[in-house]
Design a protein around this ligand. Structure first.
Ligand SMILES: [Zn+2]
Length: 105
């Protein structure tokens, strides 16, 4: 099966100069991804490409093939309500609930 991106209106597929990421295993986090991608159904084979994340969501911001950080969430299509990147990183301390920026939309 050809890997392709399930993000709305994204036409990236295997061979495009992007990386593909599986949905998180964690139910809550996966629901957030499903929401952002506006999916009505979810399959384990679904992937989201690296275009829908901020550079700060990757383990190595200069190399998007190195994997996503644990807290990474795709940017919503209607534009992100995520605070600026520095603020977001500060919110990711262990004492804070994860992904507050998207749940408070
Ligand atoms: Zn995509």
């Amino acid at each position: 099966m050809v890997r392709s991106c399930c993000y709305p209106e994204c036409t990236n597929r295997e061979g495009s100069p992007v990386s593909f990421y599986s949905f998180p295993l964690d139910d809550e986090k996966r629901d957030i991804w499903i929401n952002v991608c506006q999916l009505k159904v979810y399959r384990k084979s679904f992937k989201v490409c690296s275009e829908h994340f901020l550079s700060t969501d990757f383990r190595d911001i200069t190399d998007t093939t190195r994997g996503l950080l644990y807290n990474a969430v795709p940017i919503s299509q209607e534009g992100t309500t995520r605070p600026d990147e520095i603020e977001y990183l500060e919110e990711c301390t262990p004492s804070e609930p994860e992904n507050t920026w998207i749940l408070s939309r």
